[in-house]
Design a protein around this ligand. Structure first.
Ligand code: HEC
Length: 185
């Protein structure tokens, strides 16, 4: 992810003097993005539109992406499996897998952790097991594999200092407009 892309080159030459290294640079860009100008030792809040000509693009945090791209698909996959809707479960598992892949590409490093590698290391095997259960239309195997996938969510949260984020097997649908039961052709 590039922090400098939306800003014209002239702003980049105005960075110094600033703290060296990635963290310092990120803080600086965060201030620029927030439309805060450092002037004469004072912090002056400015409308980002006035400061940049255009409002800075909305950048999703890792937590945003988890909430938007991962969590709903984990729920939908679970509900589909509970209803033995294998066609939809297969589709939704691919969606979840793709979302994890894009997440690793969008945020390759999170708090100095190699996220692309961590996502692969934690999710690849349980996703394979869920895929196997779906392929063989085996409800008991699905329940077991889905529970293992869910445990992986929590293992990663614990290892990345987010033990408070606890994921469980869904017991109810949070999508009242979607039917998760198998469709007859
Ligand atoms: C590779 C590690 C990793 C895996 C695997 C992972 N997560 Fe996360 N998740 C995180 C991190 C790190 C955060 C904290 C992000 C932040 O807030 O900066 C997070 C945050 C979340 C949040 C946001 C919490 C909130 O309430 O706003 C949800 C929801 C979530 N994860 C769901 C899941 C689900 C569901 C799975 C499994 C299908 C999963 N995560 C797998 C690393 C992971």
């Amino acid at each position: 992810m590039s922090w400098s892309a939306p800003f014209p080159a002239k702003h980049r030459t105005e960075q110094a003097p600033g703290p060296k290294g990635m963290i310092g640079k990120h803080i600086l860009w965060a201030l620029v993005a927030a439309g805060v100008a450092l002037a004469g030792g004072e912090l002056l809040a400015q409308d980002p539109k006035t400061a940049q000509g255009v409002a800075p693009p909305y950048r999703q945090s890792f937590g945003d992406l988890m909430t938007m791209a991962i969590q709903p698909r984990h729920v939908k996959l679970g509900l589909a499996g509970q209803q033995r809707n294998w066609a939809y479960a297969a589709y939704e598992l691919r969606e979840l897998q793709g979302a994890f892949r894009r997440l690793g590409q969008a945020v390759p490093v999170y708090h100095s952790t190699d996220m692309t590698a961590l996502i692969e290391a934690t999710t690849a095997a349980p996703i394979d097991d869920v895929a196997g259960a779906i392929k063989s239309a085996d409800a008991a195997k699905f329940t077991e594999a889905y529970a293992a996938l869910t445990a992986t969510c929590n293992a990663c949260h614990q290892s990345t200092d987010h033990a408070a984020v606890v994921i469980q097997v869904p017991h109810a649908s949070s999508f009242p407009d979607q039917d998760f039961s198998p469709q007859r052709p």
